[in-house]
Ligand binder design. Structure first.
Ligand code: FAD
Length: 379
């Protein structure tokens, strides 16, 4: 019998597996695909602060360093935030996952590729690789992404409002390699479109929208409107969980981590940094269960810090989704007048809004010009 089965070899699963193996536990990772990191469904943008705090090894997978962002309202009012030092990093996501795999293996985790989880009954994990095969393990970590089978087996219900649909391409053309661009507008109901440069001649261009929108049409509308005419390739389409934090992500001997547990920022859809942070909490919870018999149900409580940030991301998303185009244009204009760009240059944090929310609330100019935005942060 294995101590822990980890389902899914993405960043959240591989980090959890590595940390558990480092504590001497018997861990097996099951991944349905033959190659880790593929197919790639990600823009690979992470905060420089998150990468540094988590001491991520980005050797040979760092593609570009980003100095700031230009965020456009529906009528092209721009908020520009820029720093002297890199604020975000564009990574080769498939390469990054492969590095995490190497580290998990070196720590002693076993991996089974081409092996899909079908069902869990008590300590039996049913797999698809060979007919009727099952594996015994005391604990199951569901790190199986947005369409998590483990979450489904645990009976945790989500609904379609909890997801956005995305479409992304790599695009050849001419780009400012220092800036990420974000576009709000009718073409992306409930989310936004983005241009993330890999270099001066290539960018990851994508769009997310509420489920039910015709994503191809939405993407074409965006491209035409913003005159993005370069050649497109490497098409990828997937969903992102966008919701307030789930009330509970542990049941019996199963725990969820990463996208499966909605450890994803509702503002941007980014889940690499938050997923790895949650993985650390997950691994600690499981290790304490084995070593000290601490109940696995503590996991929800242990995630308090992660959930606090996720809840703030959700409030910001909810606020933005409640603004129709004209109101958003006005809010952008007022935010510029209130000095929001300069404030974010000093204080902004892509992952942890709690780091700047309090300071923002103390700015009288912001209360005067964008009170509804501040109320959204407080609610
Ligand atoms: C278009 C797009 C752009 C994005 N851009 C960014 C970005 O710029 N920055 C950022 O931080 N985040 C971004 N994200 C989100 C990010 O990709 C996810 O948050 C992240 O991949 C979550 O990691 P994970 O380990 O939880 O899950 P995943 O990386 O999805 O890994 C889950 C793994 O589980 C496997 N699996 C699933 N079901 C089973 C099963 N039944 N049995 C066995 N294996 C299974 C899958 O094959 C997969 O390998 C983006 C997402 C999309 C769709």
């Amino acid at each position: 019998m294995t101590n822990v089965s980890v389902v899914g070899a993405g960043p959240a699963g591989l980090e959890t597996a590595k940390l558990l193996a480092m504590q001497g536990m018997d861990v097996t990772v099951f991944e349905e695909h033959p190659v880790v990191g593929e197919p790639e469904n990600c823009s690979g943008l992470i905060s420089a602060s998150g990468a540094s705090e988590l001491k991520l090894d980005l050797d040979k997978v760092l593609v570009n360093s980003i100095m700031g962002a230009r965020i456009f309202s529906p009528d092209d009012v721009m908020i520009e935030v820029k720093r002297e030092k890199p604020v975000a990093l564009v990574i080769d996501r498939a390469g990054f996952d492969k590095k995490l795999l190497d580290k998990a293996k070196k720590a002693g985790a076993k991996t089974r590729l081409n092996t899909k989880l079908r069902n869990i009954r008590g300590e039996s994990v049913f797999l698809e690789s060979k007919r009727g095969e099952f594996h015994k393990s005391s604990v199951v970590v569901g790190a199986d992404g947005v369409n998590s089978t483990v979450r489904h087996i645990m009976g945790l219900k989500t609904n379609k409002e909890n997801y956005v649909h995305t479409l992304q391409f790599k695009c050849d053309g001419s780009f400012d390699k220092n800036f990420v661009e974000v576009y709000f507008g009718n073409f992306a109901p409930g989310f936004f479109a983005w241009v993330i440069p890999e270099s001066e001649s290539r960018a990851r261009v994508g769009l997310g929208a509420r489920l039910g929108a015709n994503i191809e049409e939405a993407f074409n509308k965006f491209r035409i409107q913003k005159e993005i005419s370069g050649e497109l390739h490497s098409k990828a389409s997937a969903m992102i969980p966008v919701s307030q934090p789930l009330k509970s992500v542990v049941k019996g001997n199963s725990l969820l981590v990463g996208d499966s547990g909605f450890h994803t920022k509702a503002t941007t859809g980014g889940g690499i940094i938050l997923g790895i942070q949650a993985a650390k909490v997950c691994a600690e919870t499981v290790a304490n269960n084995f070593k000290h018999k601490t109940p696995l149900s503590r996991y929800d409580k242990n995630l308090d810090q992660v959930n606090k940030e996720l809840a703030l991301h959700w409030r910001i998303r909810n606020y933005l989704n409640g603004l129709e185009n004209k109101k958003m244009d006005k809010m952008f204009e007022k935010a510029v007048r209130a000095g929001l760009p300069e404030f974010l240059e000093e204080e902004g944090d892509m992952d942890k809004p709690s780091r700047f929310a309090g300071k923002m609330l103390k700015k009288p100019k912001m209360w005067l010009l964008i009170p509804s935005a501040l109320r959204a942060l407080m609610s």
